[in-house]
Design a protein around this ligand. Structure first.
Ligand SMILES: *Cc1c(COP(=O)(O)O)cnc(C)c1O
Length: 470
């Protein structure tokens, strides 16, 4: 299995070669040359597999340059009862007939990002040790990626993490989770700007080829291909649990920001998993809802990005969308590069009057919905009274959209992306009581914190790296 760039400017490379990188050298995203295909007989056989066994089947089809026995060992090390609280890893519950919740947030940082990141920690350490190399991970987080990355990489040999987060825009819990880590290889940089600003700085650093090479810059943000592969696994897992007969459609609703989670659903579908609809749920930052409703993709600047009560979705430029659009336009990299030049020069592009718009809704099964603060609060309340379940605000956005998007006779799975304990203020507003919190995190906010406030300026961040690594 070889990997290429969506923009056509990268010679094919193996999984281990692209794993440690961020953007492709031409500014595109890395994608496999072809998607491995899984037929219904294989799906049927996979129904009895444990989570690590299923993860092995899927990851080994993408990481073909890593010996199979090593892939098996790495997925077994990543997906343990110890890290995820149960052998199920991603348990599934039924809220009411046909309406399911896929629990992805039982890892160390209580958000779905742990699923990908715990595997990435294993893969990074393995590949670096094999090559005798080291890397400096520079990432941007709106809250959950950063902590998941830091918990996966803390203390790992050959890895430093420099995590940029929007200063003052994370919840106190998220901030404490990241900033309380005392490991010497973990560096928290609080940037005076939004998540999109942080992401732009990471892009600028990656676009500086000589800096990137001299300082061995690597990435684990949601454009990392290894993360996407890890996320493909739980779509298969949920499908195999929910479909009454292999081949029947199952619909998924995904609370979305950077389009990384739902992109994995798209890839599962391209591999042959009989997903019916893939429904994008956004908050007030509804760039993706607009795209899937009208075909117009219009990115917004940080001034037009609202700070909401589902902060991990406060994103107005969805990096991973490029991977989907690449498939949508039949993998025409010249056309894709043209579209993203249009994004850079005019702020977007419009598929509204093109055949691509009909195809994304029809052949590719996408639709979307949006949720506001009032919807979020109402959904958290009604979920508590109808099902006795406390939803986190992001998952509430998903459930709100799921309830409007259900089709008769088709099971609907909403992806739970975080636990409510991470977002106490919103839960308190909705329910008048604190969310349940895992006992070992009782004193989290009172632990000493380490971080540096930085200006919204790529050069200042580079200087910080230079002096820290000197
Ligand atoms: C990261 C995150 C999202 C958005 O996921 P994307 O892959 O960026 O679309 C949604 N909810 C929570 C809780 C998250 O941490």
């Amino acid at each position: 299995m070889q990997y290429i760039s969506t923009r056509g400017g990268m010679a094919p490379q193996a999984f281990s070669d692209i794993l440690l990188g961020g953007l492709a050298p031409d500014g595109g995203l890395v994608v496999p040359e072809v998607y491995p295909q899984v037929d219904n007989a294989t799906l049927q056989a996979w129904r009895s597999l444990s989570y690590p066994q299923l993860a092995y089947e899927i990851v080994s089809r993408f990481a073909t340059d890593i010996p199979a026995a090593d892939v098996r060992r790495l997925v077994e090390a990543a997906y343990t009862r110890d890290a995820f609280g149960s052998d199920e890893i991603t348990p599934l519950t039924e809220l009411e007939p046909g309406l399911h919740l896929l629990h992805l947030s039982n890892g160390p940082t209580l958000a779905f990002k742990d699923i990908a990141m715990q595997l990435l920690g294993q893969l990074f350490e393995y590949v670096l040790a094999r090559r005798g190399e080291s890397v400096n991970i520079v990432g941007a987080t709106s809250g959950d990626t950063g902590s998941a990355a830091e918990y996966a990489m803390r203390g790992k040999q050959g890895v430093n993490v420099f995590m940029l987060s929007p200063h003052g825009r994370m919840s106190p819990f998220q901030r404490a989770q990241m900033f309380s880590l005392q490991d010497a290889n973990i560096h928290n940089l609080a940037v005076e700007g939004t998540f999109d600003d942080c992401q732009d700085i990471v892009k600028a650093i990656n676009n500086d080829a000589s800096f990137k090479a001299s300082y061995k810059i690597s990435a684990v943000n949601s454009i990392n291909w290894g993360r996407i592969v890890a996320q493909v696994v739980y779509y298969f897992r949920a499908y195999l649990k929910v479909a009454s007969k292999i081949g029947d459609p199952v619909d998924f609703v995904v609370p979305s920001g950077n389009f990384g989670n739902i992109c994995a659903g798209h890839i599962a579908r391209q591999m042959g998993l009989p997903i019916g609809k893939l429904v994008v749920a956004t908050n007030e930052n509804d760039v993706l809802d607009e795209f899937f409703k009208t075909g117009r993709y219009t990115v917004r600047g940080s001034a037009a990005t609202h700070a909401t009560s589902s902060p991990s979705m406060d994103i107005s430029k969805a990096s991973n969308l490029e991977r989907f659009v690449f498939d949508l336009i039949d993998r025409d990299s010249a056309a894709l590069a043209g579209l993203w030049r249009e994004v850079d020069s005019t702020g977007g592009f419009d598929f509204g009057k093109t055949p691509s718009f009909a195809r994304m809704v029809g052949e590719f099964g996408f639709s979307s919905g949006k949720s506001t603060h009032a919807d979020r609060i109402a959904t958290i309340r009604s979920a508590k009274s109808r099902w006795n379940v406390v939803l986190d605000p992001h998952t509430a956005d998903g459930v709100k959209v799921a309830l409007e998007s259900r089709r008769p006779g088709v099971p609907m799975v909403t992806l739970e992306t975080a636990l409510p304990a991470k977002f106490e203020a919103t839960i308190l507003e909705a329910l008048g009581e604190q969310p349940p919190r895992p006992a070992e995190l009782a004193d989290l906010e009172s632990r000493p914190q380490r971080s540096s406030v930085m200006p919204n300026d790529a050069d200042a961040i580079k200087q910080y790296l230079i002096s820290t690594l000197a």
